[in-house]
Design a protein around this ligand. Structure first.
Ligand code: PLP
Length: 396
């Protein structure tokens, strides 16, 4: 059969399968869940700039700026500090792929759902895994961490700084020193803390950390910042085996982000435009001011929730300023209430995840969304809408 005799058939088929859709139109939502959070308007403008080539000198300059501002956001001097192409999980996988070799002892702290994801990923990379756990809503003690390092002599200790499933902030004082004493790398998930929760990586002696673009940084999802300190870089250079994941291998990626500028993969240039703007806004505000703003607004939220008789899941001293877990009142259908807020008011809050599914709502105040006006709006909505759901629960 010739091509020309095929074409009438193809035309008929493609005509039958042609979708005729209107141009995309999305509603304005206020995203007060666990993430993504709303993007700042100027970040959205930056995203819509015409793309540049990923080796264009102007883009190379932008890459330098992004790296420098990420160092500031994390308070680190780490040379390798880059946004990985992909979401937070891609950056999570990159830290693991580049720091662990099969058979090595690794201790993972699990205080919620994302600690479990770390366990899953470390297992896939062949780690000799040792898990230390705390109940969902609590944090690990320094003693428990010290004991695990003593007992399992790990090459890497992996912890979640801001556990989004529970709203707990893992205290880190003393952990970095312990890791140095035991010649072990400290790997930290900062997905729900970067740009919003006090965190000075170098002071805390964190060797590897990763994050995301869509929470404290007020950018849409799509990039996963990653940073790797000198001890982690040295371990990478001494590896016996190749990093088993080509796309996330820092040995290749660092050439593109460093001085060589060797092509690795086509960078998502527009996402990086957005991240540059998000980081520029953070630098303009000042990191300490951003931390203080998140704290102030979450305290306003906590006081308002408690004034309405709602119970917070996490004790005050461990609470995250970015993510608050609220116990769903007895008998109330938490999922139906969340959907009601979304459909009637365009406001999203999150439900519970993993062990807390059906038990809590998760309220996020992250990045540009962390404002007194948003807190008051949500508190007013709860006051207005929750009584009917409570009455329905009482009547049932
Ligand atoms: C603590 C934590 N780690 C990792 C992730 C994974 O990030 P992503 O969903 O962007 O892949 C999330 C996502 O919310 C998270 O909250």
């Amino acid at each position: 059969m010739t091509l020309s005799s095929l074409s009438p058939v193809l035309e008929t088929v493609s005509e039958a399968h042609r979708l005729r859709l209107d141009p995309i139109s999305t509603p304005e939502r206020l995203l007060l869940g666990p993430g993504p959070s709303n993007a700042h308007p100027t970040v959205l403008q930056a995203l819509s700039r015409p793309p540049l080539g990923h080796l264009d000198p102007l883009y190379l300059e932008l890459m330098n700026e992004v790296q420098e501002m990420l160092r500031y956001a994390w308070q680190t001097e780490n040379r390798i500090t880059i946004p990985v192409s992909g979401t937070g999980s891609a950056a999570m996988e990159a830290t693991i792929a580049n720091s662990i070799e099969a058979g090595e002892s690794v201790v993972v702290g699990v205080i919620g759902y994302f600690g479990q994801r770390l366990v899953d990923m470390c297992g896939r990379y062949g780690a000799d895994l040792h898990v230390i756990e705390a109940p969902w809503g609590e944090a690990l003690s320094l003693e428990a961490i010290a004991q695990a390092l003593e007992q399992h002599k790990p090459k890497v200790l992996a912890l979640v700084h801001a556990e989004t499933s529970t709203g707990v902030c893992q205290p880190l004082e003393g952990v970095g020193d312990l890791c140095r004493e035991h010649n072990c790398l400290l790997l930290l998930d900062t997905v729900t803390s970067l740009g919003a929760v006090p965190l000075k990586l170098d002071e805390l002696k964190v060797d590897l950390a990763y994050s995301c673009s869509q929470k404290g940084l007020s950018c849409p999802p799509g990039l996963g910042p990653l940073t790797m300190g000198p001890r982690a870089e040295e371990k990478l250079d001494r590896r016996q085996s190749k990093v088993p994941n080509w796309y996330l291998d820092m040995s290749g990626l660092k050439s593109y982000w460093g001085t060589d500028r060797t092509y690795h993969h086509t960078a998502p240039v527009n996402m990086n435009f957005g991240l540059r703007e998000a980081l520029r806004l953070l630098c303009e505000e000042g990191i300490e001011n951003a931390w203080a703003r998140h704290r102030r607004n979450s305290e306003r939220l906590w006081a308002g929730l408690e004034a309405q008789g709602l119970e917070l899941h996490v004790p005050l001293e461990l609470r995250l300023p970015t993510l608050t877990t609220v116990r769903i009142p007895e008998g109330v259908d938490g999922r139906a209430f969340g959907l009601h807020l979304l459909n009637k008011h365009g406001v999203e809050i999150g439900g519970g995840l993993g062990a807390l599914a059906g038990q809590v709502w998760r309220i996020g105040l992250m990045g540009t969304n962390s404002t007194p006006a948003n807190v008051d709006l949500l508190l007013n909505l709860l006051e207005l809408e929750l009584p009917a759901f409570r009455s329905a629960a009482a009547a049932a």
